[in-house]
Design a protein around this ligand. Structure first.
Ligand code: ADP
Ligand code: MG
Length: 139
């Protein structure tokens, strides 16, 4: 099933000039970029994006971090894009991420873990529409 998923290259990775390397890995894995932009979120925008985590103890720190610098948002398209991109990202905690995954290669901590990816079709639909309108997605 041709599917779309939502990706963020997080502030720690943008700051360390890893955008090109991460996009190269994403494309090498067969995921096609169909929308992309760089933004610097406000704290409120980060809180809205991560609203699903608002009761979690790390919510305050996470949203502060996501608003701490620019990020690159993208929509990726492929067969089974959601699962394939989650596999490419690796485990949330980089200490547990498998060899070759983006988080193993590029993350610095559990919070500053380089990349975001949607975890299900419903979250992908919400996240894509949070950052992109239909005119900004090609194909
Ligand atoms: P994922 O990004 O792998 O889907 P979650 O949705 O569980 O992981 O968490 C969202 C983000 O919150 C993580 O990517 C990470 O940046 C941060 N995070 C998750 N758990 C923790 C934690 N225990 N302490 C600090 N930050 C966390
Ligand atoms: Mg998640």
């Amino acid at each position: 099933m041709l599917q779309r998923t939502f990706c963020i290259i997080k502030p720690d990775a943008v700051e360390r000039q890893l955008v090109g390397k991460i996009l190269a890995d994403i494309q090498a894995a067969g995921l096609k970029v169909v929308a992309m932009k760089m933004i610097h979120m406000t704290k409120e925008q980060a809180q809205g994006f991560y609203a699903v985590h608002k009761e979690r103890p790390f919510f305050e720190s996470l949203t502060e971090y996501m608003a701490s610098g620019p990020v690159v948002c993208a929509v990726l398209e492929a067969e089974n894009a959601i699962t394939r991109y989650r596999e490419l990202m690796g485990a949330t905690n980089p200490a547990q991420a498998a060899e070759g995954t983006l988080r193993k290669k590029y993350a610095v901590s559990l919070e500053a873990n380089a990349v975001h990816g949607s975890d299900a079709p419903e979250t992908a639909a919400f996240e894509m529409s949070y950052f992109f309108n239909a005119l900004e997605m090609v194909g």
